[in-house]
Design a protein around this ligand. Structure first.
Ligand SMILES: Nc1nc2c(ncn2[C@@H]2O[C@H](COP(=O)(O)OP(=O)(O)OP(=O)(O)O)[C@@H](O)[C@H]2O)c(=O)[nH]1
Ligand SMILES: [Mg+2]
Length: 318
């Protein structure tokens, strides 16, 4: 029990620290907006709307949040500016709780078949390979047998990078030489993983834009080839988004999911950016669930996304 408490504390600290910039940015703007005012009125709500939009929450989600707060102000007649932070926190949490995806609170995998195959996709430099390394670490820590596939054969450095992660975490990496067919690497990885009784397979891929037809076809080929080894594969297509790009991340998620099936999202680099509000917008607007968040470059800096914890942490620094 004590040990779980310790993990929980560490996790919370990483989340709090990672969201510090976003939080400070939002609440310093908010403090300025309510300075010298005692009551939440239309002017304060206008300012709040602007603050949320400039914090990358996105227009549609911002409008929903403002409507909720307007309703509340109308209902309660008088709402003091001192209460505004708490009201905002509660309304954002309530809004996110309305969306249909459930949060995951552990690293369990479906038990009816194995290996569970995760194909990791996204544009260049968003954090795909790093996220794979961190996921491998978490799954291994949870007692799973993990296999990695180096299907980004575009650059020699890519194969090397995932091999380093494999060594660091202590899990096997299936690879071929640079320039090899990524589908062939994926095939080999699934075969090895299956033959060795792996629980989970993570396949790295080269960065690609949703509008590059050749690269999107390559993705389709990777998926088709996987099915020859495991008919249900991939179990999860994980789209990685760089949270520090704010609204760009949002657009990428929309566009990618229009051209290929995406099952889950990882939003990385939330540490060191003030644009963390984008997680709120993405979680509210998109049908694809945010499953993981990246809060640093280290092995332990990936967490399962939990809506309530996220919102609480964001409001911790107010
Ligand atoms: N601060 C921070 N840096 C991150 C995070 N995730 C990834 N990075 C860094 O982002 C950079 C790019 O990460 P990669 O994992 O190589 O990205 P990629 O999507 O695999 O890139 P390509 O393979 O070139 O498309 C690296 O320097 C990572 O350390 C994160 O959550 N926080
Ligand atoms: Mg990579």
């Amino acid at each position: 029990m004590a040990l779980f408490g310790l993990f929980g504390k560490k996790k919370k600290e990483t989340l709090d620290k990672g969201l510090e910039k976003t939080s400070q940015s939002v609440f310093s703007k908010l403090a300025r907006a309510v300075a010298g005012k005692s009551k939440v009125d239309d002017d304060v709500l206008d300012d709040l709307e602007e603050i949320l939009i400039t914090s990358d929450v996105g227009v549609e989600t911002t409008v929903k949040i403002i409507h909720r707060i307007e309703d509340r102000v109308a209902r309660d007649k008088y709402v003091s500016t001192a209460e505004l932070n708490d009201i905002l926190r509660d309304e954002i949490a309530a809004l996110l709780a309305e969306n249909h995806s459930d949060d995951h609170d552990n690293w369990d995998l479906p038990s009816d078949h194995k290996p569970y195959v995760i194909l990791v996709v996204g544009v260049n430099g968003v954090g795909k390979t790093t996220t794979i390394g961190k996921l491998a670490y978490q799954f291994k820590k949870a007692g799973k047998k993990v296999y990695l596939g180096a299907a980004d054969t575009f650059r020699a450095a890519a194969v090397e990078q995932i091999s380093i992660w494999g060594e660091r975490v202590g899990v096997p990496v299936v690879k071929q030489q640079m320039g090899a067919d990524p589908a062939s690497v994926a095939f080999d990885t699934l075969q090895s993983a299956k033959a060795n009784g792996a629980d989970v397979v993570l396949i790295d891929t080269a960065g690609r834009l949703h509008n590059k037809v050749g690269l999107m076809n390559e993705l389709k080929k990777i998926k088709d080839v996987m099915k020859k080894v495991l008919p249900q594969a991939p179990d999860e297509v994980l789209l990685v988004l760089d949270g520090s790009t704010g609204q760009n991340a949002f657009e990428q998620a929309k566009q990618f999911s229009q051209v290929t099936s995406v099952d889950s999202l990882a939003i990385t680099k939330l540490d060191g950016t003030a644009k963390g509000g984008v997680v709120i917008g993405i979680s509210d607007q998109l049908k694809v669930p945010v499953k993981y968040i990246g809060l640093g470059e280290g092995m332990e800096d990936l967490q399962l996304f939990n809506k309530r914890e996220f919102v609480d942490s964001l409001f911790k620094h107010q």
